[in-house]
Write a protein that binds this ligand. Structure first.
Ligand SMILES: [Zn+2]
Length: 494
């Protein structure tokens, strides 16, 4: 069952082209010290909205605000089933307006969210109304805005500049953009945020709780002239990042590639199957496509997946796609060949598996993962001041620095609990997992054990382990982890 959210477009009575944007409340600050306060995201402005649109409760007698055209929403969403009245009153309250201030209520559009997961998608309903009095003074956290200025804020970004949120983009801005020549197959849902950055969650064999891998596609229509100096490692008319879908979705991937220009760059953030599974289909559909990957990633990619042109990249290069510049960022931690990609004009940062939309990312112990690298990469990402952070699993993050600080905080707190377990006498990998992950479902203990190994290595590097702890004994215990977990599970199922 999908969740529902309402966005409202309040029109300026003096200028029909302007609508009201509302400065979004910031996520709560972290309580602990560290250096998190040094990293703060710039202001985010978006349409006023409700977090949730609830079904109509029985016996509601409030006089409804009459919204013309709600029956037009979509085949799948019947807005008449929802308590639009309470939701509208709550949105008006948020921006300091009342029922008497507004008129001409109309349904605007509905947008069904793509399947980012892990939970059900969110359906967005948009309604518009006109402010009646030209002399109304707006509250401090509200401002009138035009589509043109919004687009400028989104696609000609200055690091640290103000930002525009998702609802304004999917509700209004995308509507006003010329339809691109590149069409996503009608069987797939996608999200275009910021304008020009298309994210398509493709069904993939990925780790739970996710079931999709985000395929990111750039196919700019107009050359913005960012690549004039020629200092880039590859150029093309389109870019596709992490084609890692399941075999059932390969036909849709083929359709996407067939719809893209011939001069295609394929970028792999790293080698996990749920990121590269569709490479062979791309190669068959477009033998001229070139693959960019780190050499440590390329060493895991088989000839059956890709045997045509490729270029090693290390993370200090730029690429040019349809006249737009993207910077490759070396981002080890998840694996030793892991790369991220920064789209310069929108400052969208594609972070591979460094972060996921919800929960925490695991690190691949068997592919050169390192906790020290993970911390360094996280700080590197924050220094880039991204305006949006695009993970390969889950939703785009609109509070990138806050999300990255959250990752640092969680890793530090996990490292502390591992150190505490060791100080309380845990000596083997299994003993530490049992103590430090006691509140986590056993089915996550195998990837958790990889994290423990990486945290212990990190603690050793920082010289924080107690003198009595034997790293040799700990390392000898790695091999018996699976057998001990089996024994533990058999005992707990009795
Ligand atoms: Zn991965």
């Amino acid at each position: 069952m999908a969740a529902h959210k309402l966005g409202v477009i309040f029109r300026n009575p003096s200028n029909d082209a302007e609508f009201l944007l509302y400065r979004q409340p910031r996520p709560p600050k972290f309580e602990e010290g560290e250096d998190y306060d040094l990293y703060s995201d710039s202001d985010l402005w978006d349409l006023p909205s409700t977090a949730e649109l609830n079904p109509i409760a029985a016996g509601v007698v409030e006089p409804p605000i009459l919204v013309q055209g709600v029956e037009l929403c979509s085949e799948k969403i019947d807005l008449r089933q929802f308590d639009l009245n309470s939701a509208l009153i709550s949105v008006m309250g948020r921006v300091g307006l009342g029922v008497a201030d507004l008129g001409d209520w109309k349904f605007f559009k509905c947008v069904e969210e793509a399947e980012f997961g892990p939970g059900p998608p969110i359906n967005f309903a948009f309604v518009e109304a006109k402010l009646l009095d030209k002399n109304t003074i707006l509250r401090e956290h509200c401002k009138w805005m035009s589509i043109h200025t919004c687009r400028e804020w989104l696609v000609n970004v200055k690091p640290g500049g103000v930002r525009v949120g998702l609802l304004a983009v999917i509700g209004l801005i995308n509507e006003s953009t010329e339809p691109t020549k590149f069409q996503v197959p009608s069987t797939l849902r996608f999200q275009e945020y910021p304008p020009g950055v298309v994210v398509i969650p493709m069904r993939s064999k990925t780790a739970k709780p996710f079931h999709t891998t985000n395929l990111v596609v750039f196919a700019p229509e107009n050359d913005s002239g960012e690549c004039k100096d020629g200092s880039f490692v590859a150029s093309g008319d389109a870019l596709i990042v992490d084609p890692g879908c399941r075999s059932e979705s390969l036909e849709e991937l083929r359709e996407i590639v067939a719809a893209l220009p011939r001069r295609l760059i394929v970028f792999a953030t790293h080698h996990h199957r749920d990121h590269i599974n569709g490479l062979s289909v791309i190669q068959k559909t477009n033998p001229d496509a070139i693959l960019l990957a780190h050499k440590n990633t390329m060493s895991h990619i088989h000839k059956d997946d890709w045997n045509s042109a490729y270029t090693f990249v290390s993370g200090s290069e730029d690429i040019c796609v349809g006249g737009q510049r993207l910077s490759i960022i070396f981002a080890p931690g998840h694996t030793d060949g892991h790369l991220a990609l920064l789209h310069n004009s929108t400052r969208s940062l594609i972070v591979g598996d460094h972060c996921v939309g919800q929960g925490s990312a695991f690190l691949d112990l068997y592919s050169g993962a390192s906790m020290a690298d993970y911390f360094k990469t996280t700080y590197k990402f924050m220094e880039l001041s991204p305006h949006a952070l695009i993970p390969m699993h889950g939703r785009v993050s609109f509070w990138p620095k806050h999300m990255l600080c959250g990752y640092l905080k969680n890793r530090r707190s996990r490292e502390k609990s591992i150190l505490r377990a060791i100080e309380r006498g845990a000596e083997t990998l299994f003993e530490i997992v049992v103590k430090a992950y006691s509140r986590i479902d056993h089915s996550y203990w195998i990837p958790a054990s990889w994290n423990v190994k990486l945290h212990v290595d990190h603690l050793a590097l920082l010289d924080k382990l107690p003198k009595c702890f034997s790293i040799e004994r700990f390392n000898r215990s790695l091999g018996s982890f699976a057998a001990e977990l089996d024994k533990f599970e058999a005992k707990s199922s009795l």
